[in-house]
Design a protein around this ligand. Structure first.
Ligand code: RM4
Ligand code: MN
Ligand code: MN
Length: 400
């Protein structure tokens, strides 16, 4: 970006181009493996989840879509759900199949040794493709719980072939313009291996499926110390980066408020994305501009709506800081081999207080400069607590 571009006008436009999708499952009760904590007013149905997502969009101005999980959000009439979303100012975003909560899936879904179980899993994803078509969603987002716990439990190459066979059928069913986003995760619930463990496995699979298949990076799905921004850079260069599931982690797949644990990493990820939007290779720039930014979190001890709004604010802040990087100065320092100055250019942007910038951006759109404060002042949380009450909490991860 040139100095002139960094002027308020251009920056303002680019801040507004960032859209962040929120997930229905972030609005319902959730928990750890040990306990589900019921929150007063937590959304009980898909309709209530849309109402909450609509509020988050009204407060932040940047969350116009909501991801759904099937069957957690199953309703009798999908068109009616899309209509309800529109009434809240929203559209349905990614459709997420659920291939991990049936007894049949104990040994896997698309990779299961039994053809009948694989058939059931493929059919469920095909149903989600149909739902995407019906609600006008641009993506089916696939995360597999498939894996094994013990060496020798299953044939690793056979599992990969089963997976590809199912995914080929799924990819062939995609309507034009609907992407298949393939998520990877290196552990859990399989602890010996997972069938799509990392970005390399995911992108090799996508390469076999064609251009509509792209990799989804969940920021919580890497081993300690992984350089996530390098993964992002490589997937962008391959034209295979399709989307993000944002969340923060300390040790495992913690699904905490994005930017709460590792804000510098989030900034560096956005630096890769923002700079790729200006890449001289048109395919890389188009890939970067097409990335879907989604939140995948479950807030168990913190108030759900506040946590979601804070997450969106954190994503906006990381993105705004990345926009502030003086890319010409960075390039000059890199070309001169000036290691320290190159790093200082990045750190300078990261250390900039972008809160006034974002507050102004919100004011100009008639939004409250502090969306979390606005939520607290709105009385919404108290109202839904009265209207919806508090569910009886269960045990274990409920998913809904
Ligand atoms: C997984 C993964 C998926 C999410 C499920 C509930 O760890 O992140 O995206 O749908 O959790
Ligand atoms: Mn995820
Ligand atoms: Mn996860």
């Amino acid at each position: 970006m040139t100095d002139a571009d960094r002027g308020a006008g251009a920056l303002d436009g680019r801040i507004g181009r960032l859209a962040v999708e929120t997930p229905t499952w972030g609005y319902g009760d959730s928990g750890t493996r040990f306990k589900v904590f019921a929150q007063a007013g937590a959304a009980r149905t898909a309709w209530e989840k849309l109402a909450d997502a609509g509020l988050v969009h009204r407060l932040t101005g940047v969350c116009p879509t909501v991801a759904i999980h099937v069957p957690w959000d199953r309703v009798g009439d999908w068109r009616a759900l899309a209509g309800a979303a529109a009434e809240h100012g929203l559209a349905i975003g990614a459709v997420n199949p659920n291939l991990f909560q049936e007894d049949e899936y104990r040994l896997g879904s698309l990779c299961h040794p039994a053809p009948a179980v694989r058939r059931r899993a493929v059919d469920h994803v095909l149903e989600c493709v149909e739902i995407a078509r019906t609600v006008g969603s641009p993506a089916v987002s696939l995360w597999l719980a498939d894996g094994t716990n013990y060496p020798g439990q299953d044939d690793l190459r056979a599992r990969r072939r089963r997976l590809l066979e199912g995914l080929r059928e799924i990819a062939a069913s995609l309507p034009p313009g609907v992407r298949l986003l393939v998520e990877y995760k290196f552990f859990e619930p399989g602890f010996y291996h997972t069938d799509i463990a990392d970005w390399g496995a995911a992108s090799a699979i996508c390469a076999e499926l064609g251009p509509q298949a792209q990799v989804l990076v969940d920021t919580g799905h890497h081993p300690q110390g992984t350089n996530v921004e390098h993964i992002v850079a490589q997937l962008l260069d391959l034209g295979r980066l399709g989307g993000f599931h944002f969340n923060a982690r300390r040790y495992a797949d913690d699904d905490l408020i994005v930017g709460s644990v590792n804000p510098y990493e989030l900034f560096l990820v956005f630096h890769e994305l923002v700079s790729a939007e200006e890449d001289g290779d048109a395919a890389v720039a188009a890939c970067a501009r097409g990335v879907a930014y989604m939140i995948d979190q479950s807030h168990n001890v913190e108030p759900k709506l506040e946590a979601m709004v804070q997450s969106v604010v954190n994503v906006q802040a990381a993105h705004a800081r990345a926009l502030l990087v003086d890319r010409a100065a960075l390039r000059a320092a890199q070309e001169a081999g000036d290691v320290l100055e190159a790093n200082r250019v990045l750190v300078r942007a990261y250390e900039t207080d972008v809160r006034p910038l974002l507050a102004d951006w919100r004011r100009r759109r008639g939004l409250d400069p502090d969306p979390v404060a606005a939520l607290r002042a709105s009385g919404y949380v108290e109202r839904v607590a009265r209207e919806r009450g508090r569910a009886t909490a269960g045990t274990g991860y409920p998913g809904a």
